[in-house]
Design a protein around this ligand. Structure first.
Ligand code: S3P
Length: 439
């Protein structure tokens, strides 16, 4: 982590025009390094997200002996070591702020026969890990957590794993992916059932690497003992990063913005559906498929938004986009109500509380509830908000300034680099009036 705190100052107003391609998808970038490392042959990745989270995954696999070239302008070559080729790293693997690295790697490492400890920063060390260690223990893994069920995670060697048929209590792609990755090392079949659809990048990418995954209704299943064959991966732009500009160009007057090559996986496009229900003008152009993932260009123009009751079935499909959706709600006419989103309380920060605090500091009527929030649209004043080191909160309040009455100062923004390197430059390039400074 950077020793001096980074602060954003976003001056009010501005319009978003032109076109941009936001950085590569974080979920797909993590998975490309993980599967590439275990594959036979060299996996060539383009569009890799050079953010701190995916770089943490990349460094972890390097520390386990995988030769990885790059990233150079988003290009990475991973020289796979095969399913059993990883080596014990010298020290603990530091996964920084990245929940995806920790949860997916706990499964992937459980069957390796290595003694490995996974650590993270203060935020990651406070996040729940029992959701992965409990089902992994059912498979025969031996993983020690802190007494509170959090990192550090010490993964100890075991004789072998056995497949499970696991019904997830929460709709989590990280838990599903963790168990499928462990399942590759288990005897027999591993099946994971989800209470609602969650992002399916792991299943798609496993198939791309030649590892069969069976889908039936709400279950994904695979059999242990297979192999992965290297392939080429073109990582689309991250819809979660594009979301800031989808909202920004909707709320800023006189805006017309083209977002290029955006990942449009149907398990990720809830933000578009929610914004359209609110009245947003988003045109999907040039739909295509790139390496097993749907991609499109998105043209978004200013539109008056209205408050809605967000359908609960869209919540897992937009789970990372709520901070900026709350900003859209603050600019909408009427009330927006979110329910069924208690998962937001255990993200990089408690996103319900932290967003409610920040919006209230800017004079917005925002009331947190146990599992969501109620936001009444109105004026956004200038002021100072604390992102609590949460990248998506910092970027959401930068976007809020487009419609604010005064400047918004946002504290603790260094972690924007976890998912969106060069955010300030890219946002400024299309019309945001934001600067970053050391505080
Ligand atoms: C992710 C899954 C989601 C999401 C996270 C990335 C993934 O987490 O919030 O940013 O890459 O699998 P949950 O599985 O905890 O919902």
């Amino acid at each position: 982590m950077t020793p001096c705190k980074v602060q954003f100052v976003a001056r009010p107003g501005g319009r978003l025009r032109g076109s941009l391609r936001v950085p590569g998808d974080k979920s797909i970038s993590h998975r490309s390094v993980m599967l590439g490392s275990l594959a036979d042959g060299t996996t060539r990745i383009s569009g890799f997200l050079e953010g701190e989270d995916s770089l943490a995954t990349l460094r972890a696999f390097r520390a386990m002996g995988v030769e990885i070239d790059g990233p150079v302008e988003g290009r990475v070559s991973v020289h796979g070591v095969g399913m059993h080729g990883l080596k014990t790293p010298e020290g603990a693997l530091d996964l920084g702020n990245s929940g995806t690295s920790m949860r997916l790697m706990s499964g992937l490492m459980a069957g390796q026969g290595l003694d490995v400890t996974l650590v993270g920063d203060a935020s990651l060390s406070g996040r729940p890990m029992k959701r992965v260690t409990v089902p992994l223990a059912q498979m025969g893994a031996d993983i020690e957590t802190s007494p509170g069920g959090t990192a550090p995670l010490r993964i100890k060697p075991v004789e072998g794993l056995s497949g499970v048929d696991y019904e997830m209590p929460v709709a989590s792609a990280q838990v599903k992916s963790c168990l499928l990755l462990a399942g590759m090392y288990a005897d027999g079949e591993t099946c994971v059932a989800e209470p609602a659809p969650t992002r399916d990048h792991t299943e798609r990418m496993l198939q791309g690497f030649g590892y069969a995954v069976r889908r039936e209704d709400n279950r994904a299943c695979l059999s242990g003992g297979g192999r992965l064959t290297a392939c080429d991966i073109d990582v689309p732009a991250d819809i979660s990063s594009a979301a800031f500009f989808l909202v920004g160009a909707s709320i800023a007057e006189d805006s017309d913005l083209l977002l290029q090559h955006v990942g449009m996986n149907p398990t990720r496009d809830g933000v578009i559906k929610i914004l359209r229900l609110m009245g947003a003008d988003i045109e999907v152009k040039n739909r295509r498929e790139v390496g097993g993932e749907p991609v499109a260009d998105l043209r978004v123009r200013s539109a008056p938004l209205r408050g809605i009751r967000i359908p609960e079935d869209l919540v897992p499909l937009a789970i990372d986009e709520f901070p900026v959706l709350f900003v859209a709600a603050a600019c909408a006419e009427g009330e927006t109500v979110l329910t069924g989103a208690e998962e937001l309380r255990v993200k990089e920060s408690d996103r319900i509380q932290v967003m409610a605090d920040g919006l209230q500091a800017l004079g917005v009527d925002a009331r947190p509830t146990r599992d969501g929030i109620l936001v009444r649209g109105g004026n956004i004043a200038g002021g100072r908000v604390d992102s609590h080191g949460d990248h998506r909160i910092a970027m959401a309040f930068t976007i809020a300034a487009l419609r604010a009455g005064g400047a918004i100062t946002i504290d603790d923004c260094a972690n924007v680099n976890t998912s969106f390197p060069r955010f300030v430059q890219l946002a400024s390039g299309v019309g945001c009036r934001v600067e970053s400074r050391d505080a």
